[in-house]
Ligand binder design. Structure first.
Ligand SMILES: Cc1ncc(COP(=O)(O)O)c(C=O)c1O
Length: 405
């Protein structure tokens, strides 16, 4: 057995090189491997390729930027037009009034940045002992030490040694549990981090009123609310952000993935005006945080073009149509006993398998039919590109049904 020099993420390091599928081409909602096999992308790559594959406008924007200035950092005193423009466009579409945008390369870096900014805000406000970070069971917040520490998927936290202290998990949708924690330790809590709809933890929408309940608790106790919108943003729920879908405005939003539809690595954090005020109040204060690729011109050019594609092509309305197709298709399989349940919102759903099923076996059976889905605990996740046609969504559901039958 020969392994590859490439150590793959979220894979068994012992897996043989020949057992990976080498993809070579992609267009719309379809990918092809080097043997010419086609795959329907039921996962928008990894919850990110909302604009679909091979979009010429995004590709051309990247090429144009590469030709004029491929790269330069944005540490003081440098800036670039794509970063300035994308930040302004994101700020316009954010649920907060007059926010600012910090850029990272990934969702994990965005989460680390948001956690640091939350604690920093309290330091700047003269409350440095307010340190506790609260997250939910089932939450996924990336794989840096910050994101690993706050995530609520136990298996992902094992084996990395000591994680960040001052982190507490509360039960996924239990507002009473969060209330009790706030009653006991409210004056220590720096921030609560929550995905509006939990993704990698199994696609769990919030219980009715849960997010508004978190907002209320944070307001009552002086804590900040972070929405991790790495999956929920950019039309996945039919709006720019999940915050708008649920009508709850957080203090910080983390984003990545769909901001460029994955065409170039980019993530970031949107900061409320109140947080910006605390950072801006002392003209001599220096923000000692950032990445070599924060505001990378080529990634930001990809972002500007992607946002334009979402608007010009009306892709968020498409998310609503896909939502209906996925929900109807999955609920029909629940009714006939093929599935144990179906969970989801917008264009992100999970098919809950009956206890006798192994999600990996079901995933492989779908792959054998040329359909990509993602096994999560006892579920199969579906999160298609927003350009997927009705027929193709039908194929996703049919492939799942065939795999189960
Ligand atoms: C909600 C959420 N936060 C953070 C991340 C981490 O993003 P990245 O893989 O870009 O580091 C992910 C990735 O799936 C995610 O779903």
């Amino acid at each position: 057995m020969t392994t590859s020099a490439f150590l793959h993420p979220f894979a068994k390091p012992a897996k043989a090189k020949g057992d990976f599928i080498t993809l070579v081409r992609s267009e719309g909602s379809t990918l092809w491997d080097r043997d010419g096999n086609a795959y329907l992308d039921g996962m928008a790559s990894l919850w990110c390729c909302n604009a679909g594959h091979g979009n010429r406008r995004i590709i051309d924007a990247i090429k144009t930027q590469l030709d004029s200035m491929a790269t330069y950092n944005t540490f003081d005193p440098w800036t670039n037009e794509p970063a300035e423009r994308l930040a302004a466009e994101i700020a316009e579409r954010a649920p907060m009034t007059d926010p600012r945008v910090f850029f990272t390369c990934s969702g994990s870096e965005a989460v680390d940045t948001a956690l640091k900014l939350a604690r920093l805000t309290h330091v700047r406000r003269g409350d440095p002992t307010r340190n506790l970070l609260v997250s939910r069971t089932g939450g996924y917040h990336g794989t840096t030490y910050g994101g690993t520490s706050v995530q609520g998927i136990a298996a992902n936290k094992d084996g990395w040694g000591e994680l960040l202290p001052a982190v507490l998990n509360v039960a996924q949708n239990d507002i009473e549990a969060a209330s009790r924690l706030f009653a006991e330790r409210g004056n220590e809590i720096a921030a609560v981090i929550a995905e509006p709809v939990q993704g990698a933890g199994g696609v769990h929408p919030p219980a009715p009123g849960y997010l508004a309940g978190l907002r209320r608790l944070c307001d009552q106790h002086g804590a900040l609310l972070i929405f991790d919108e790495v999956i929920c943003g950019w039309g996945r729920l039919g709006h720019w952000f999940g915050a708008q879908y649920y009508g709850v405005t957080p203090d910080l939003i983390t984003f990545a993935k769909g901001v460029t539809s994955g065409y170039a690595p980019l993530g970031g954090v949107i900061l409320s005006r109140a947080i910006c005020d605390s950072l801006e109040s002392d003209p001599d204060f220096l923000l000692r945080h950032g990445y070599t690729y924060s505001g990378h011109p080529t990634s930001c050019a990809a972002g500007v073009a992607t946002l334009e594609v979402y608007e010009q092509d009306g892709l968020f309305a498409r998310a609503d149509a896909i939502a209906t197709l996925l929900e109807d298709g999955l609920r029909a399989l629940v009714e006939d006993g093929t599935l144990a349940g179906a969970r989801g919102v917008g264009a992100v759903w999970a098919a809950e398998l009956t206890p006798d099923r192994d999600a990996y076996v079901v995933r492989d059976a779908m792959l054998a039919q040329g359909v990509i889905a993602r096994p999560l605990v006892n579920s199969i996740a579906l999160c298609p590109p927003l350009v997927m046609t009705d027929d193709e969504v039908g194929r996703l559901i049919d492939s799942l049904a065939t795999a189960l039958r």
